[in-house]
Design a protein around this ligand. Structure first.
Ligand code: IPM
Ligand code: MN
Length: 353
């Protein structure tokens, strides 16, 4: 297969982990005989500094022209501490989602045995938890009509039937490939937008009788996730609820730094780690590249290149078993490996296995 990849390293530790993601991608393509080419583009604070726009037109074009985007992270504290800043790196992320039509955000919540002790939950509750949250990404309050003056402000949580239908279709496709259990999360006891979600979900559900569909209010889902995370298989929800629940989901596994994600929709799909730009670690060669590397696995799997994805997952597990780990997950007394060294170990594993 020919693959044209747009690489958006972004800010903070982004460029360092991006380099490892690209190295792994290249190694896998060599091994399986795929032709890959890379086009680099700027985004986030880096792009604000360079051209005053966190998602410049040129970057958009490069993304549109690619088969997939390998994204790393955006964000810089100099904007967080300045409430008067007119443009922010995060706006680049929202612009990318909207312009590429990335309405489905797929966030797997899975555990790694060697990191279970880092979970805030009891071992027996969390061990074996494995679910996927499908978050609607281009609608709801993030993009609805907004207003703000000194006395009043609002954000509108608007959804249309086609927006709800298409995300549910994505969720059912995932459920069919997994344990065939879908939980639709909403707040239909209070919100009109949620009542539309539930109404549409009930209709779409009749098309998938082999999937067990249940409906849960978001407050209950937040609770259930820490009481019994193994209850979930696939969960689907609106943009804002999904934002909140996926932070909760990633942290209960103890492996937030290891989780990748995919955003798919109308145009080029984007693959990125869940974690952010960790500016304090920039340039120190200590950031964990595994979430970025696993997002490369998700990229291959998106194109149905399952063996390629599997080899990456196997290499990541082997590196953890061999204690080739960055400082934050190294066991006591074990040697600490840098971002680059972990990446190189994985590339070597791929070449030799
Ligand atoms: C996320 C992030 C973003 C969001 C921010 C950075 C705009 O928290 O991807 O979950 O809220 O969607
Ligand atoms: Mn978030």
């Amino acid at each position: 297969m020919d693959l044209k990849i747009a690489v958006l390293p972004g800010d903070g530790i982004g460029p360092e982990i991006s380099a490892q993601g690209v190295a792994v991608m290249t190694a896998v393509c060599e091994k399986f005989g795929h032709k890959v080419s890379y086009e680099y583009a700027i985004c986030g604070a880096d792009a604000i500094d360079k051209v005053g726009d966190p998602f410049p037109e040129e970057t958009f074009k490069i993304c549109m022209d690619a088969d997939a985007v390998l994204f790393s992270a955006v964000g810089d504290p100099k904007f967080d501490n300045d409430p008067t800043a007119k443009v922010r790196p995060e706006q680049g992320l929202l612009a990318m989602r909207k312009k590429l039509g990335l309405f489905a955000n797929i966030r797997p919540v899975e555990t790694f045995d060697c990191l279970i002790h880092k979970s805030p939950l009891k071992d027996e509750l969390v061990r074996g938890a494995d679910f996927i949250c499908i978050r609607e990404l281009t609608g709801g309050m993030y993009f609805g009509e907004k207003y703000q003056d000194d006395e009043k402000a609002y954000d509108t949580n608007a959804y249309t039937r086609p927006e709800v239908e298409r995300i549910l279709e994505v969720a059912y496709q995932y459920a069919l490939r997994r344990k065939k259990h879908l939980t639709v999360v909403d707040k239909a006891n209070v919100l009109a937008s949620s009542r539309l979600w539930r109404q549409v979900a009930k209709e779409v559900a009749t098309k998938y009788p082999e999937v067990e569909t249940d409906y849960m209010f978001v407050d209950n889902a937040a609770m259930r996730m820490i009481q019994d995370p193994k209850f979930f298989d696939v969960m689907v929800t609106e943009n804002t609820f999904g934002d909140i629940l996926t932070d909760e989901g990633s942290c209960i596994t103890g492996s937030m730094g290891l989780l990748p994600s995919a955003s798919t929709g109308e145009h080029t799909p984007v693959f990125e780690p869940i974690h952010g730009s960790w500016p304090q670690a920039k340039g120190l060669n200590i950031a964990n590249p595994l979430a970025q590397i696993l997002s490369v696995a998700m990229l291959f799997e998106y194109f149905n290149l399952m063996e390629e994805g599997k080899l990456i997952r196997q290499a990541v597990n082997a590196s953890l078993d061999a204690n080739v780990r960055t400082p934050e997950i190294q066991v006591e007394g074990g040697a600490k490996y840098g971002t680059k060294e972990v990446g190189e170990w994985i590339v070597n594993y791929i070449k030799n296995n």
